[in-house]
Design a protein around this ligand. Sequence first.
Ligand code: NAP
Length: 284
Amino acid sequence: MRENSITKIYGVLGYPAKHSFSPAMHNAAFKYLKVKARYEKFEKSPQDLDGFLKTLSKNNIYGLNVTIPYKEKVLPYLNGYKSYGVRTIGAANTIVVEKNGKLKGFNTDYLGFYRHISELGLRPKRVAIIGAGGAAKAICYILAKKNAAEIYIYDIQKYKALDLVKKYNELFPECRFRPAATLEGLGLKDKDLLINASPVGMRDEDPLLIEASMLDSGIFVYDLIYNPPETKLLTQAKDKGCRYANGLGMLLYQGVESLGFWIKPKKPPIETMRQALEEAVKRC
Ligand code: NAP
């Protein structure tokens, strides 16, 4: 049995994880709430993943966020409980380590994304998504639930876009999911929202995803990446006169929802967390 007096450890599991602003946001929240806990980055290679996930309790780890590329890979380890969101979406971004060492999995990405686009006043009907991994699945789920009519998806791994489309067409017959074989196939000219849910743009050397000629100013461009705050895609969107946003708002709200699971019945201090993120952006 773990002691109540020791500092509880939480963290973000990813590969890479160094880009993450989650520690700033969660450590600020713990401090504000006077919770004896700290939040770290756990950058684990695929070879180290199994050993890490099997020793969480032993290492005093009480909860995790899961980021690229592990949101789907953690599913077999969720031996305690999988929320409806995790079971439907097929990806988890939040883990609670129970007292008996079992792992409970939740998905707060779709809530985070939805809270942010609602704040931005977006009600998208025709959407194009680049990337068909864990984050894209969460986004498709909430967009379809909130009455999107058509969602085109491109992934460099064609089978991932095909699998996602097949599954979601069955789940949401009222929304038309379509795979795009190329970026041009996303048909951006008649879409109202373009989302980058791929990791392309995280590194300086990453290419620009979309040619200028493919964008019209009427489309809103949303990049899930928040570090760097302005990817090449967002610079392009700005130059074309499009409205655009990075993923900082989504990060905030998915983090608020995750923290809620870890500190129950306490309530996450949203403004403290928002401020911590804004300060992290200034530092980078
Ligand atoms: P993931 O599960 O690894 O999925 C990313 C998908 O994009 C993979 O299928 C990947 O293929 C594909 N991809 C890679 N390069 C591509 C390209 N050039 N064109 C099209 N698809 C490409 O990752 P994830 O967890 O969904 O995360 C995706 C991104 O969203 C990351 O940058 C992550 O940091 C960000 N994110 C942000 C938030 C937030 O709160 N703001 C939340 C979730 C995720 P491969 O498997 O071949 O690489």
